[in-house]
Write a protein that binds this ligand. Sequence first.
Ligand SMILES: Cc1cc2nc3c(=O)[nH]c(=O)nc-3n(C[C@H](O)[C@H](O)[C@H](O)COP(=O)(O)OP(=O)(O)OC[C@H]3O[C@@H](n4cnc5c(N)ncnc54)[C@H](O)[C@@H]3O)c2cc1C
Length: 417
Amino acid sequence: MIERYPVVVIGAGQAGLSVSYYLKQRRIKHIVLEQARIADAWRTKRWDSFCLVTPNWQCRLPDFPYPGNDPDGFMLKEEIVAYVEAFASSFGAPVREGVSVRAVSRARDGYLLETSSGRMLAGQVVVAAGAYHHPLLPPGAGEIPDDIVQLHSSDYRNPGALPAGEVLVGGSGQSGCQIAEDLHLAGRRVHLCLGDAPRSPRMYRGKDVVAWLDDLKYYDTPIDVHPDVDMVRHKTNHYLTGRDGGREIDLREFARQGMRLYGFLEGVAGDTLSFAPDVKARLDSADATYNGIRALIDKHIHDNGIRAPEEPPYVPPWQPTTSPTQLNLRDAGITSVIWCFGFRPDFSFIQVPVFDARGYPRYQRGVTESLGLYFIGLPWLHTWGSGRFAGVAADAQYLCDQIAVVLARPDQAARRA
Ligand SMILES: Cc1cc2nc3c(=O)[nH]c(=O)nc-3n(C[C@H](O)[C@H](O)[C@H](O)COP(=O)(O)OP(=O)(O)OC[C@H]3O[C@@H](n4cnc5c(N)ncnc54)[C@H](O)[C@@H]3O)c2cc1C
């Protein structure tokens, strides 16, 4: 006998659990299959000092807002895991842990799932498997000699776990900047090669910038109002941190304190890395976004007659005098390299033709053209908050409405079984 469910949800992170919550509210029978444990990505893919970059008040899982007493703070890794686990327990989410879905294909009246514990049939399937599957490494990384430790950001834990010596951090997105800071604060000499990530202020004119942007309805804006959907969906996140109560990250300040900055990584040949000579241009570009966000908030304050304290303009604390184009890791005493170039999603286990040429699913707000197949939890699936704690509840509710519509269709009665 093959097990059969009206709905199967793949993945028990915040997205899959949010879908489960609304399905349960509607009394739609379902199961959540999780290859590891609830909240596994928060548990196993983040470094030890990891904390949220978004404030706790933005953690608004369905009917389960952040329960602690520090809404303006930033939960640490263990607190995030506990929050997601508590949400799952709050409604008795029907999660089966340790079951990996290896393939999903079309079947009569739904989908066939090949799982690590056998075959299963589903009337409808929600893919909530996250977006961060394969770590990205630069071409040539394999050429770096074995005695230099190489890690991806998802495997970095803490400075003490690295061999003594200097560290190269590749990539200056959120993870790269925070890991560079983690090492810098621990007294390690860090060499950081810059990418195209913009930076954001943390506090400005008396309030966290996230709160200002929330007032401006930035987080509710659907992706389709943007002229270039692809660019918005795949662009690098702004860097700032929630560490120690939250602060902005200014790489110029780190450079003033001894961090070595390099331009865009152009090549790796053995133990020598080459870079574009563009440190100044990259710092200036990150600062332009930073100043643009401030200007946006200034305008909002002015237009709405809001009383808010003034702040002096940003003055760069450091300017590069050179932009090195080569770095020999051994000569510099670098014993570890941490690549923070992000991830590539991999949905190849979904064997249904709903993907574009790059393997990214085609959907309208998570609803694919294959009846009863949905995606959730992807960055900018619908709004900025779709791939975060802030907006996943609204997306989950929307998908559950669509699931209910399909179940109610007289010609789809077989999917209810
Ligand atoms: C470094 C980093 C920092 C972030 N910081 C923030 C932040 O400050 N604030 C914020 O709101 N968001 C942040 N995010 C974004 C987002 O909140 C997280 O990525 C979050 O984990 C996404 O939740 P999810 O449920 O969509 O996916 P995941 O948490 O990735 O959950 C997917 C689950 O699916 C399971 N799974 C995958 N494939 C299968 C399969 N084939 N079969 C069975 N199970 C499967 C996985 O084991 C996993 O448990 C951050 C992300 C990263 C990477």
